[in-house]
Design a protein around this ligand. Structure first.
Ligand SMILES: Cc1cc2nc3c(=O)[nH]c(=O)nc-3n(C[C@H](O)[C@H](O)[C@H](O)COP(=O)(O)OP(=O)(O)OC[C@H]3O[C@@H](n4cnc5c(N)ncnc54)[C@H](O)[C@@H]3O)c2cc1C
Length: 493
């Protein structure tokens, strides 16, 4: 690591010059006032100025950037829209940020084969907007879909409200083109239902920018349902609401969306969007049915019966499309609404078996007392994917530290009940220590072996997502015998 500021400035100059030699004018940012907007992603508590930012226009220029970095040994942090919540696109002091913002063309949309070929910087929502005239849309719908890019979605295996029924990114992407650190273009996956060979597409999706740069994505489009309606059900306590989620799925129903918001979430969002939420409820569930009119009527009736049986109080069902969108608007705006009641929030992302929802929500309530911080729960309940928003004020001494400890304890609880430390936001820098809780040394060694196979010089987003065994040892989650770590050959950055 370069600590001498004059040496860092000289290195910046060297890298910027080399990139400027292979890119058109205006594609390299090096002055601090230009690179400042890239110092963090959606996890704004962690910041780092990059050495240089490169903004290539096309695949050939991406390859040129990679060649320069390979030659000079410069780490590369890929970046889409920077909405990631785990610090995946957070810069490295001696590395460049490679932004895909200018690779933003929809290359082809084929309504007959229900596919679209798009560049990585295309926004998630822009795909559905382009497909709408054909009665089609792209199903994975992160709440950030107005801004986040398909390249970022691929790297994070993003989900959203409708993923319970329609699947995550991995279920809706058919093929990706990838620029490798060696300077090749490889295509992973295919438009055919199955492809021979190892399924490297599945390995790549969710790899957080550590294996290659996505330069093109072929997505599956699905027909828009003829009809959709949503139930809003109120509950007197979160435990009953959590159990109701398990009952809906156990009844053999797969809703198009099944989301939960607790009282804190409802009270922060209702004055913001006026969605018509029940302010007296301890928790509300939003359960959507889609399909033909008859299918929707049938599913709404069955879900209503299950919810009533499970202890729901007031139940409202949308009767118009405008009302359906209004019910969802509160859920979709929950994160921004948190900013109205708290200077900072820390959004966690863990997944648990649905049957443990009530237990984990009770555990989180106890942690609120232990850490002296409020927590709003708004999440993809049908998937068991929690998003506790820990509310804190970074200006108060120790609150960030307490929020981090609170978050780590939530993730440890998720693992303890058989869940995982991330549902859809990735590991990045935020949850790297929690990876030591989730995985054994041999499993981490296998991850590094895959990383090394794609990226031998270890230049792509190093230090993210996979903890070194030294890091786990420092975190106290690895047994060190006679002062020696197992797998001493693994990287130590
Ligand atoms: C308000 C809000 C709501 C959100 N809601 C959801 C939600 O419902 N579901 C969900 O899953 N996520 C959600 N997110 C998280 C975030 O939007 C997603 O992770 C999204 O996929 C990130 O896309 P991005 O373009 O912003 O990527 P970035 O944040 O720029 O990057 C994310 C990761 O992808 C890598 N990357 C980006 N582009 C490429 C590329 N071309 N090639 C290789 N690697 C690349 C980066 O290195 C980084 O590791 C939310 C975020 C916010 C702020």
């Amino acid at each position: 690591m370069i600590t001498d500021l004059s040496k860092l400035a000289a290195r910046r100059h060297e890298v910027a010059q080399a990139l400027a030699a292979v890119l058109p004018a205006g594609c390299v940012l090096a002055a601090p006032e230009d690179t400042r907007p890239y110092e963090c992603d959606g996890l704004a508590a962690y910041r780092q100025m990059p050495l240089v930012v490169a903004l290539p226009h096309d695949e050939a220029q991406v390859l040129a950037v990679l060649a320069v970095c390979r030659g000079l040994g410069v780490p590369i942090v890929p970046r889409g829209a920077g909405t990631g919540l785990s610090g995946g696109a957070m810069p490295i002091a001696e590395g460049i940020v490679l932004s895909t913002a200018r690779l933003n063309r929809i290359v082809r949309l084929d309504a007959t084969s229900r596919t679209a070929v798009v560049q990585p910087g295309v926004r998630n929502l822009a795909i559905s907007e382009a497909a709408a005239p054909h009665g089609l849309y792209y199903a994975p719908d992160p709440s950030s879909q107005i801004a986040c890019t398909i390249g970022g979605n691929v790297a994070e295996n993003s989900g959203g409200v409708h993923c319970l029924k329609y699947g995550l990114t991995v279920h809706n992407v058919l093929r990706v083109r990838v620029a490798t650190i060696d300077g090749d273009i490889v295509e992973l996956g295919s438009e055919a239902p199955d492809a021979p060979g190892l399924d490297l597409l599945s390995v790549f999706i969710g790899s957080e920018g550590m294996l290659g740069i996505v330069t093109e994505v072929t997505v599956r489009l699905v027909p828009k349902a003829l009809c959709a309606r949503v139930i809003m059900a109120s509950f007197g306590d979160v435990v009953t609401a959590g159990n109701a989620v398990a009952h809906v799925i156990a009844a053999g129903i797969i809703p198009a969306g099944l989301e939960m918001m607790d009282r804190t979430s409802v009270s922060m969002v209702e004055p913001f969007v006026h969605a018509g939420y029940d302010l007296d409820a301890a928790a509300i569930l939003l359960c959507e049915a889609d399909g033909t009119v008859e299918e929707v009527d049938d599913e709404i009736a069955r879900m209503t019966a299950v919810l009533r049986e499970a202890g729901a109080g007031a139940i409202a069902v949308s009767t118009t499309e405008a009302e359906r969108l209004r019910f969802w608007s509160g859920r979709k705006n929950a994160f921004p609404a948190a900013g109205r009641i708290s200077p900072d929030y820390y959004c966690m992302d863990g997944t648990i078996p649905r049957k443990h929802l009530a237990q984990v929500l009770t555990g989180i309530a106890q942690m609120e007392v232990k850490y002296g911080l409020r927590c709003a729960n708004v999440f993809h309940a049908g998937d068991g994917n929690l998003h506790p928003l820990i509310l804190f004020d970074a200006n108060r001494p120790d609150e960030l530290h307490r929020a981090e400890a609170f978050g780590a304890e939530i993730l440890a609880l998720c693992v303890a009940v058989g869940g995982t430390i991330t549902g859809e936001h990735g590991v990045g820098v935020e949850k790297i220590d929690s990876m030591c809780v989730q995985f054994k040394p041999t499993e981490l060694a296998a991850f590094f072996a895959v990383k090394k196979a794609f990226d031998p010089p270890m230049l792509l987003n190093p230090g993210k997502a996979i903890p070194t065994l030294h890091r786990c040892a420092e975190f106290g989650r690895l047994r060190v015998t006679n002062g020696a770590l197992p797998h001493a050959n693994l990287p130590r950055f």
